[in-house]
Design a protein around this ligand. Sequence first.
Ligand code: ADP
Ligand code: MG
Length: 499
Amino acid sequence: MNAPYVHPKIGPRAAAFLAREHKLLIDGKWVPARSGKTFDTFDPGTGRVIAKVAEGDAVDVDFAVQAARRAFEGRAWRMMTPNERGKLIWRLADLLEQNAEELGVLEALNNGKPFATARDRDVPGCADLFRYMAGWATKITGETLGISTPGQFHAFTVREPVGVVGQIIPWNGPLAMATWKLAPALATGCTVVLKPAEQTPLTALRMGELIQEAGIPDGVVNIVTGFGATAGAAIAAHPDIDKVGFTGSSEVGRIIVHAAAGNLKKVSLELGGKSPVIVFPDADMSVAIPGATQAIFANSGQVCTAGSRLFAHKKVFDRMIDGIAQQASQIRVGHGLTDGSQMGPVISQTQMERVMGYVDQGRAAGATVTAGGNRIGQEGYFVAPTILTDTKPEMSVVKEEIFGPVLCAMSFDDDDLERIAKQANDSIYGLAGSIWTQNISIAHKMAQRIRAGRIGINTHGNVDAALPTGGFKQSGWGREKGHEGLHLYTEVKSVIVSL
Ligand code: ADP
Ligand code: MG
């Protein structure tokens, strides 16, 4: 094949990274896949190949698991004091910030998101989460227990690292997803085999280099790039992995649960969503309109918590739709490395076809395309911000996660909160939701009634390190980030001492 394409805006540091060989990180060494195979990775803004990456499979996963097991049992990591672990994690956060420009370029290039977003939001957000979890490293505690058994006892609990963890992540926020997984695992003292998504391996590999530079011991973090059906499946099924953490589609989540049953490894899942944005007639339109616009179009709609179902009261429905359509028309859609781009492409040809297929299904089922509905240009995978009105609960566009810039808008003409909540809750998913009103009582009553893991009141899509995120219903198992997020990576041990 021809030499990979080099985007003119990429800069010397990112260019130097791209020019390196992209191998697997196993036991602190960069090694090719045992099979010798590689696969291409693309720039979704042009559709061109930008690098070749080692194609790890079950054999490589097994080496990585052995390395992670040795690191877990070894003194370097096990005997490290929590404050030393915290310092290393903090150092990694510093390194991410110091390399924000390069990481931002690579993220924009491989994922498609605007460079400014990647550099100024994603990278600092990752640094923040690593620091947040670095702080917890010294604060992982158990309890002392009141014992009723006759006799004299002292009893307490400790939280110990769950062990070797496999982590399988998606492509929508490659650095952020790697961080959501790695930060709590490192803080608790686990060791890791991480598999980035096959579409977006690059920034995780760069992070791997920074993990080494930070001084995190060899074998603590191993990175195996490769495909889901091979490397991913091998992680989910591996008998010596104690826990698997997965973020991705509900379909693959189900496969992982089955695969994990072999050794009954612990499983946490962050899966799909179809999150409601509920706008009451008294909402401040100057907040609700940009809020709802961002909720669906941020990251080209490729966000598991995207506000993809709008429910607006009849009195404000037209104003909401006009306002969102107006804002959508002003979003500058373009290549992630083009100055001023505000929305990038979707991740791949397949994803673009999926999204356009949903728009067609919506049209065929009677929905009206009020904005967008089309691909933009012929190069790269750009989809116009799209609003579908006249959507009904039974339509596939309303029921299924599209994972693209497509909003399904519905109205309600009702003051009964139970009925409004019932509509909003009419989904197999329960990841997030937002409520837009100035009435504090309605806001809290609705927050109680929405069955979802994260509720915004006059806000949507917050990603603060302290806010647990995860799903009710088929949106997943467990909560990531926040103090809760640590619990996914610890086992509770109770100790009872007869005095
Ligand atoms: P998408 O279809 O949007 O790419 P997926 O849920 O398929 O989303 O992918 C999310 C992650 O899960 C990726 O890292 C992918 O490689 C991985 N994956 C896909 N299929 C499997 C599988 N059968 N077993 C384990 N991991 C998988
Ligand atoms: Mg898939």
